[in-house]
Structure formats: structure tokens, C-alpha cells
Design a protein around this ligand. Structure first.
Ligand SMILES: O=C(O)c1cc(=O)[nH]c(=O)n1[C@@H]1O[C@H](COP(=O)(O)O)[C@@H](O)[C@H]1O
Length: 240
């Protein structure tokens, strides 16, 4: 039974073992956040951990950023749907045929299917790093181009930096989910992120979901850090 959630925050459980991930999850309230299982944790802890989080009432974003031949990605997202996750993602740079195959693979799950999200350009990527991969468009143009493909392929939204949210919200319309990592409350450490935005600013710019890891999980009191961010968001909204 899932909990009713009144929060845009997805806490990234970036751990290398089940015990650490569940110890963090048990400090969090599934009514106040969703959780994300990424490559490190899934590789170490596997589907049992995902099932354990779902059983605790959390909506789970399975962040494995699939990028492979269409048949393999389609089968992988169907396996994710079988786990009962709320959201799953693929790399938009995997191409239209791959994304269409993934979207088709989720159709049999009807209203119970996870949201299917395309990753545009990672928030750790600086413009010169994108150029060094051979992409000749500007970073903003590349994000907008990939988001257009994601929408045309029938996916539910994109992962992007909140800095690109205003453009994508105009381009892709209201029903298209913008999932934004690289979120840092004022004064927090940047870590390896490059295109960062504060929680309130991200929402003001049109983000739907804020993926936040270390500012919550590395805090002395994670639930207090989460509540402080939710309060910062409320204050930001009241001031606009
Ligand atoms: O898909 C993601 O979640 C993701 C995409 C992206 O462009 N940038 C990004 O940081 N992420 C993830 O978001 C989380 C951010 O964690 P913190 O930097 O600790 O807040 C990590 O789990 C990343 O893998």
C-alpha cells in the first residue's frame, strides 16, 4: 500500500549495501519524499532491496539509465515494471527506436506502469565536456533536441538540470514531467555537480521533481535536512 505523497523530493539512496540504504530509508517518511535506487545500490543489493522499499510504502525511482539495443531496453523496463517501481529511466541518446520500444513494453501494465523518463544531458556535464564528446549543438540546444525526441516517442518526461526547465516547460507543455537532479540548498557543497539550482528556484522554473542525494543523506539529521528543504520550498513559494 503506497503512502499519499505531498512532496516533490526524491532522495537518492546512493549506497553500496542494503543495510545502509534501509537504515537511511527508515529515517525518512514516505509521505514526505520518494526514494531513488541507482546503479551502485542496485548492483550491490539487487531487486530485493527495491521490493523492500516498496513494501515500506516508498514510491521508488529505479535510476538505471538504460541505453542498449531496443529489445534489451524494452525487456529491462518491463522487468522494472514487474518490480512495482514508480519511475524508470533510459538515456535519450539511445535514440528514438530504443525509446519507442521501451514505451511499448510498458503498455501492458496500463495505469500501473511506471513513469518512463528520458535522461537528456547529465547535470555533471559542463558545456565544454559535452562538446568534447563530439556534439556540435550548444548544451541547451542538445537538451531541447533530446527532450523533443523523448516527447515524440511517447515518454512521460525528462531528467534535466533545473536550469533548462523554463525552456523545456515552454517546449513540452504542462503534462510533461521534469525531473531535476543537481539540486543544492543555498550554501551546500556543490560536490561533483556542475549545473546546480536551489530547490525553490528549481520549482519556480517549472521542475516537477527534485532529486536530492548528499544534501540529505550526508546530513547529521537527514529527516531534519528534508524538512528544512520542504520549509525552504514553502517560503520560496509564499514569496512569489
Ligand atoms: O538520473 C539521475 O538521477 C541523475 C541525472 C543527472 O543528470 N544528474 C544526477 O546527479 N543524477 C543523479 O542524482 C543524484 C544526485 O545526487 P547528489 O549530487 O548527491 O544530490 C545521483 O544519484 C545521480 O546519479
Amino acid at each position: 500500500m503506497q503512502t499519499e505523497i505531498s512532496s516533490p523530493i526524491i532522495v537518492a539512496l546512493d549506497y553500496d549495501n542494503t543495510d545502509a540504504a534501509l537504515a537511511m530509508a527508515d529515517q525518512l517518511d514516505p509521505a514526505l519524499c520518494r526514494v531513488k535506487v541507482g546503479k551502485e545500490l542496485f548492483t550491490a543489493a539487487g531487486p530485493e532491496l527495491v521490493r523492500a522499499l516498496v513494501a515500506r510504502g516508498f514510491e521508488v525511482f529505479l535510476d538505471l539509465k538504460f541505453h542498449d539495443i531496443p529489445n534489451t531496453v524494452a525487456r529491462a523496463v518491463a522487468a522494472a515494471a514487474g518490480l512495482g517501481v514508480w519511475m524508470v529511466n533510459v538515456h535519450a541518446s539511445g535514440g528514438a527506436r530504443m525509446m519507442e520500444a521501451a514505451a511499448r513494453a510498458l503498455q501492458p501494465y496500463g495505469d500501473d506502469r511506471p513513469l518512463l523518463i528520458g535522461v537528456t544531458v547529465l547535470t555533471s556535464t559542463a558545456p565544454e565536456e559535452l562538446a568534447a564528446t563530439g556534439v556540435s549543438r550548444s548544451l541547451e540546444e542538445q537538451v531541447a533536441f533530446l527532450a523533443g525526441q523523448v516527447k515524440d516517442c511517447g515518454l512521460d518526461g525528462v531528467v534535466c538540470s533545473a536550469r533548462e526547465a523554463p525552456i523545456l516547460r515552454r517546449q513540452c507543455g504542462a503534462g510533461f514531467s521534469l525531473v531535476t537532479p543537481g539540486i543544492r540548498p543555498a550554501g551546500a557543497a556543490t560536490d561533483d555537480q556542475r549545473r546546480i539550482v536551489t530547490p525553490a528556484q528549481a520549482l519556480e522554473w517549472g521542475a516537477d521533481y527534485l532529486v536530492i542525494g548528499r544534501p540529505i543523506t550526508a546530513a547529521g539529521e537527514p529527516m531534519k535536512a528534508l524538512n528544512d528543504i520542504l520549509a525552504e520550498i514553502r517560503t520560496g513559494r509564499n514569496n512569489t
